[in-house]
Design a protein around this ligand. Structure first.
Ligand SMILES: [Zn+2]
Ligand SMILES: [Zn+2]
Length: 302
């Protein structure tokens, strides 16, 4: 799978012994997993992004991409204790459905910290436990052998080790948030579900724009073409035109279009990326379409 390096070439460690920061896409699809020959290149798993930064393993959302990530982590650690944090943007299915299949949660030596915001009518833990209740799943969340803790966030900032975490509400049904991670090698902003226009008050749009400000990497909802968006206004997702507009105004350096529509096959996503690059031309911002399996490396700052 392709690996993209941003910044000067890195050879694993810089002089200060700090590792580069690595981002890896494990699920890039919105709404529902879409396996099959038409989605092989971009991938069919739902939202899940792994970030390795400053000694931390941080997972952004627990969509179906969390299952292969869990398998990879188990193979990498081979019984050694694993500590990681999972940040949940909101508890729509496509952002939590991988959790019951996350292998590290079934190993007693592992410590898993789940962070996110309270849902409108139930707490974060309750919402995740709900999808594992009978008759939907055979194992209750409380029966998972790993040490799993839930932390509800209340303010707009927190810390994961030395990584600074910032959050803001995004324009999406329910209590949905976007996150920004400020690491030693740069900043990563993740706003997978966000309708950049159609925000009556303009407040959430302004907050999201602030969160993206000067970010090195922005992973942003760009589910629809402009034509499709006309029929989906108010659904909580952005057109590629709006996504590029907000990311460019925020002076983001690199935009990854994310939360691909289940109806969009590889050929369609190719055309969307082509169109997006035309729209962004002259902005100085690099535009990519997130692909499952792709890694992005932020060079460690000397
Ligand atoms: Zn979603
Ligand atoms: Zn959603």
């Amino acid at each position: 799978m392709p690996t993209v390096s941003i910044g000067p070439k890195v050879s694993g460690e810089n002089a200060a012994g700090v590792d580069p920061v690595r981002i890896r896409f494990w699920g890039v699809r919105g709404s529902i997993p879409t396996p099959g020959p038409q989605t092989v290149r971009f991938g069919g798993n739902t939202s899940c992004v792994e970030v390795r930064a400053d000694g931390q393993i941080i997972i952004l959302d627990a969509g179906s991409g969390l299952r292969p990530l869990g398998t990879a982590l188990s193979e990498e650690f081979r019984g050694r204790p694993l500590e990681l944090s999972i940040l949940i943007t909101h508890t729509h299915w496509d952002h939590i459905q991988g959790f019951p299949f996350f292998a590290p949660a079934y190993q007693t030596q592992n410590r898993i910290r789940v962070l996110g915001f309270e849902e409108a009518r139930r707490g974060l833990q309750d919402a995740l436990a709900g999808q594992m209740e009978a008759p939907y799943f055979p194992v209750a969340l409380a029966e998972m052998p790993g040490s799993i803790t839930f932390e509800e966030l209340h303010g707009d900032s927190a810390a994961i080790g030395s990584v600074r975490l910032s959050a803001c509400r995004s324009n999406h049904p329910g209590n949905c948030h976007g996150y920004r991670l400020d690491t030693s090698a740069g900043s990563i902003c993740y706003i997978p579900d966000h309708e950049a226009s159609g925000d009556d008050t303009g407040l959430k749009t302004a907050d999201a724009a602030r969160l993206m400000k000067n970010a090195d990497v922005v992973i942003l909802d760009a589910q629809y073409t402009a034509e499709e968006y006309c029929g989906h206004a108010g659904w909580g997702h952005s057109s590629i035109d709006d996504a590029i507009h907000v990311a460019r105004n925020a002076r983001a350096k690199r935009l990854y279009m994310f939360h691909h529509d289940p109806a969009h096959d590889d050929a369609f996503l190719d055309r969307m990326l082509q169109r997006a690059r035309q729209i962004a031309m002259g902005s100085g911002m690099t535009v990519e379409s997130a692909r499952e399996g792709e890694s992005v490396t932020l060079a460690a700052k000397a």
